[in-house]
Design a protein around this ligand. Structure first.
Ligand code: OGA
Ligand code: NI
Length: 341
């Protein structure tokens, strides 16, 4: 049944029909490969030019990379993971107080992706929060578990700094001023999705999250260190991004693809399920200010003869975000709607 949480605490023994994908749209898990050369970038490196070069290669080739020595302490990461587990282990009654399927709500516990738009549901429950400015939203956040607000505030503040560091490296790696992205993105919003994928009786028939690209600027993902599930699409082939202890997975969102004039890609990714263990991930999304105008950086498209034009038209983030949530995930890249003719 759509609109029901699946994190019941009881093991599901059969997959309800509304989660079963048509044969042409199944994960085909045996065809997924391991990525041998997936970039692992050490943010504590003191050689800036090497770091910038690593970022460039990672963003141009994969749109995804992992970072270590990012400055967020192991303690706060462990606390974030355990409070998230605690949250999803609460009673259904407690959780349903926060349930909503309205994507415009700033704090909500929901299931699947967009239950009002989709035909087939996804094997995921998720808590979505707005995290910046914290004082504006913290009163809406769950008051249980009791330590939730304190831990999530600290975690989201620290992750924001990691995101800013990476935006600087990304700006430099495109040959732009260090603070280029920061300026263009305006006062960035920050959203969090705490994703919970219970063990699934039929991982070959359904997704935790189907293939999608992230609509925001930059995503900083903390994934469960013991359970695999994230996969990315490179040259038409799905690859598993297995968790590295202590690392965040970073990916370019649609807005950085637009600002980089397509030099960096917002890559398709998905989450698959497994029969054995619940999987948790915490995605932090840095988002442009609503009124920020997304305009491909001029040095990346303007040829000397003045003949070229950027591949995307200018748009505001508010316009983009509305478009994104009006769709189902099983559609073309949302940026295609903003392409210049
Ligand atoms: C997301 C996402 C992947 C994961 O929340 O946008 O892609 O591994 N999550 O949960
Ligand atoms: Ni995503």
């Amino acid at each position: 049944m759509a609109g029901k949480l699946i994190s019941t605490g009881l093991r599901h023994t059969t997959l309800p029909g509304n989660y079963v994908r048509p044969i042409s749209d199944r994960p085909r898990l045996s065809e997924v490969s391991q990525l041998e050369d997936f970039p692992l970038i050490d943010l504590s490196s003191t050689d800036r030019s090497v770091l910038v070069q690593q970022i460039h290669q990672a963003c141009a080739r994969f749109g995804f990379f992992q970072v270590i020595n990012h400055g967020v302490s192991k303690q706060i990461i462990d606390e974030m993971v355990s409070v998230a587990h605690e949250f999803f282990s609460m009673s259904m009654e407690e959780k349903m107080k926060l349930y909503s399927d309205d994507p415009t709500k700033t704090t909500r516990l929901s299931t699947s992706f967009n239950v009002k738009k989709e035909e087939v549901n996804n094997w995921r429950d998720y808590l979505r929060l707005h995290c910046h400015p914290i004082h504006k939203y913290v009163h809406e956040w769950p008051s249980n578990p009791p330590s939730f607000k304190e831990i999530v505030s600290k975690y989201s503040r620290e992750v924001r700094e990691v995101g800013f560091k990476i935006e600087e490296l990304i700006s430099e790696s495109l040959g732009l001023e260090k603070d280029y992205m920061k300026k263009v993105l305006g006062e960035q919003g920050q959203h969090m999705a705490v994703n919970y994928y219970p063990p699934c009786p039929e991982p070959e028939l359904t997704y935790g999250l189907p293939a999608h690209t992230d609509p925001n600027a930059l995503t900083i993902l903390l994934q469960d260190t013991t359970v695999c599930g994230l996969q990315i699409l490179i040259d038409g082939q799905w690859f598993a991004v297995n968790p590295h202890p202590d690392a965040f997975v970073i990916n370019i969102g649609d807005q950085l693809q637009a600002l980089s004039n397509g030099v960096y890609k917002s890559v398709w990714h998905r989450a698959v399920t497994n029969t054995e263990n619940p999987r948790l991930s915490v995605a932090s999304f840095l988002c442009p200010a609503d009124c920020a105008v997304m305009s491909p950086a001029k040095p990346l498209w303007k040829a000397e003869d003045n003949e070229t034009k950027p591949i995307y038209r200018d748009f505001t983030y508010a316009e983009y975000y509305k478009k994104f949530w009006s769709r189902n995930l099983d559609q073309e890249h949302c940026l295609e709607n903003f392409r210049n003719n």
